[in-house]
Design a protein around this ligand. Sequence first.
Ligand code: UDX
Ligand code: ADP
Length: 458
Amino acid sequence: MAFEKSILCIGAGYVGGPTMAMIARKCPQYRVTVVDTNPKRIAAWNSDTLPIYEPGLDEIVKGARGRNLFFSTRIDAAIQEADVIFVSVNTPTKTFGAGAGMAADLQYWEKTARQIREASQSPKIIVEKSTLPVKTALAMERILTATANGVRFDILSNPEFMAEGTGIKDLESPDRVLIGSRETPDGIRARGELVKIYANWVPRERIITSNIWSSELSKLVSNAFLAQRISSINAISSLCEKTEANITEVARAVGMDSRLGDKFLNASIGFGGSCFKKDILNLVYLCRQYGLDEVADYWDGVVRINDYQKERFVLNMLRAMFNTLAGKRICLFGFAFKANTGDTRESPAIYVSRRLLEERAELVITDPRALANAGVDLADTKGEIAFVEDPCEAAAGCDAIAVMTEWGIYATLDFKKIYETMRKPAFIFDGRNILDHQNLFRIGFNVFPVGKPPLTHF
Ligand code: UDX
Ligand code: ADP
């Protein structure tokens, strides 16, 4: 069958894979190819065990793969064939040189831009899908047009707003799709082409357009606002612990104000994930570059409160367990940065694990999806760590359980049985406030929620 259009995505990660799978599902008239430099990743996308866990993804990939969805390592050939190229390669925070620890590392992006330039023989629409600092599109445009081989490139910004764990739902019915372009006739025509692709399943009024810089900045700002809400509620959780107010009650009262809304008000051990910290640090760096130090400090505070919350959690454990964790066995319930994903990037569990090991505790880590990643994240640590699939088995013989991830399964466990197998006094530190604290207390546990008075037997 001849396809109407050929769409390519460079970068087969958490963003590229699911996004392209959704386009392929919704648009059988397009040929969709996803390429990556990592042959193992591509092999996994072509196998029965996909490289990422995302509820509902398997079904969508398996339905379209081989029909109009293809995963490949032949990047140059795929570039040549493509009409529209999405770029979703990784843009981690720089670890070296100017802007280290703050700015985005654009080396993968730049390499991709050069590769597109070298391989292209026909006009292309290039869609920026990775999270990138504002004005990256301009740099991209300069690289692509640096040699006069006559090929026309139009650059668009189309930030991805999906969240892991709910990625398929977010892709299927997004709150909005944002497309930024240059406001020239060519830019507007190119953005019209991308609007047409999304309009195959997204209601037209949810597809919004803007200038390219607004689009790039909107992604950073959306994530900064979301993270700011979590830091706000977490900051108040520390005050609740001092004053015996209850963070759940406060969040409910605050969230019922329709101007504020009730989402993203769950106090926790802190936010993780590949985007929040990276995007805020990007925003901070951008502000500093423009001499806006007060604004930079304001947003930096969101990250500082998040670091404080993680450290506070560890110190609470230390204090509760008689000021020493040396030789104590602590079971971490969950390692993923949130439920329904195996992703552990920036997971607060990494920080907590490292700190507990520093205090010479022994760790038992359990998680339904993230144990392999946890092993990689902690590979360089010294100390005793066991990885155990079954949470009940993992908790046996431990002094404490610390809930890191809000997996639904943890609330359904038989804690009476678990209590019997643990060392006494037994502690539970619920970093996600998902367990029935009164019930745990009745069973015999000493219970330490976030932002609520502890329930102790001494
Ligand atoms: C985020 C944005 O939500 C998404 O729009 C963007 O495209 C990518 O970044 P993601 O990081 O996948 O998505 O997950 P999200 O649901 O936003 O959670 C981020 C972190 O905040 C998690 O660690 C989560 O546990 C934590 N969180 C979230 C809280 O601690 N409390 C809350 O109330 C909500
Ligand atoms: P994200 O969460 O943004 O999707 P990931 O790290 O999951 O980030 O995915 C990015 C993918 O991009 C990785 O699989 C990586 O191998 C791939 N990648 C990086 N550089 C290139 C490149 N120059 N060409 C093709 N793929 C690349």
